[in-house]
Design a binder for this molecule. Structure first.
Ligand SMILES: [Zn+2]
Ligand SMILES: [Zn+2]
Length: 304
């Protein structure tokens, strides 16, 4: 018999880890670019070297993201039957052993057949947007090799946007922030020290990513209502205090003029607020954190 047959969960867990890894690399690059700009790096030799190095990282990132998706698709197929993943004729199967052949000894079906197999056996076929993006990613990997300098910058953001699109296509009602939190909590650095850095990292990542998304995408991916005013999340601001960010990741919930709580999709906290006018003359804010009296519109701390 075939032993060590992987389950859907095995494939999906590996897939999500790889997707987390790809995201890590792309977001790191975005941070590096920001830092470089901050320190005034311009059209110098160093910049050129940075772009070249970035291209390699992006190539790896795109490849890993693509493999991540393949794992997740294999998981979906394995949910129907893992044996559907075994490729080739019986005569091509491992020879000479007829008892207890590990699943890993078998060749599995090619990446280009995954969508076809998935859609043939799964109850719900993959959405068109997913299939198009999946193909695009494959082509993109090649084109990155031939991209000239500055266009690479846009591509770091492209990969992050692609990961979000593909993740939410595959996991309806999923929570990418939760996936990221889990990935970071399991990272080697967390094992060495503690998970204290995780929330700060999440605040920083989301801050970067929100700048890349349309209002519609923010609503679709993070449940940030496009028409609702955003406020600073006091919890996230505390978690990231030395980054000097004003994470506008909270909304009034319920959305009413007398509402006294804000909810944040990053930390998941609901915070009590007072409805008082901001002390700053030109700030229209009237939502103030209950404990520290911080205006959640402009960030100014109230007296006392
Ligand atoms: Zn928060
Ligand atoms: Zn204010």
């Amino acid at each position: 018999m075939i032993t060590d047959v992987p389950s859907e969960a095995d494939f999906v867990e590996t897939g999500l880890s790889l997707l987390g890894f790809a995201w890590d690399k792309a977001i790191e690059l975005l941070g590096d670019l920001e830092n470089a700009r901050h320190y005034g790096v311009d059209d110098s030799e160093a910049t050129a070297a940075f772009w070249t190095a970035a291209r390699q990282t992006l190539l790896v990132t795109t490849t890993v993201a693509q493999q991540a998706l393949e794992f997740i698709l294999k998981g979906r197929i394995a949910a129907v039957s893992p044996y559907l993943l075994i490729a080739g004729q019986p005569r091509e199967w491992p020879r000479g052993v007829y008892t207890n052949v590990p699943f890993a000894e078998f060749r599995t079906i090619d990446a280009q057949d995954l969508i076809h197999v998935h859609d043939t056996v799964a109850e719900v076929p993959l959405q068109e947007a997913f299939v198009a993006k999946f193909d695009e990613l494959r082509r993109k990997r090649n084109s990155i090799m031939h991209t000239v300098d500055r266009r690479v910058e846009a591509r770091a953001g492209d990969i992050l946007r692609d990961i979000l699109l593909l993740y939410y296509q595959l996991f309806l009602g999923g929570d990418w922030v939760a996936v990221r939190r889990q990935y970071l909590e399991r990272s080697p650095i967390a094992e060495l020290h503690s998970t204290d850095f995780v929330e700060q990292q999440l605040v920083w990542e989301i801050e970067q990513v929100l700048g890349l998304l349309t209002n519609r995408q923010k609503q679709e991916y993070f449940g940030l209502p496009a028409r609702q005013r955003k406020y600073i999340c006091p919890e996230c601001a505390r978690n990231s205090d030395h980054l000097e960010l004003l994470p506008m990741t909270a909304v009034l919930r319920p959305n009413a003029s007398n509402s006294t709580t804000v909810f944040c999709f990053v930390c998941g906290e609901t915070t009590l607020v007072a409805r008082e006018p901001c002390q700053r003359g030109d700030c229209p804010g009237n939502v103030v954190s209950d404990d520290e009296g911080q205006c959640l519109t402009c960030g100014l701390y109230g007296p006392g």
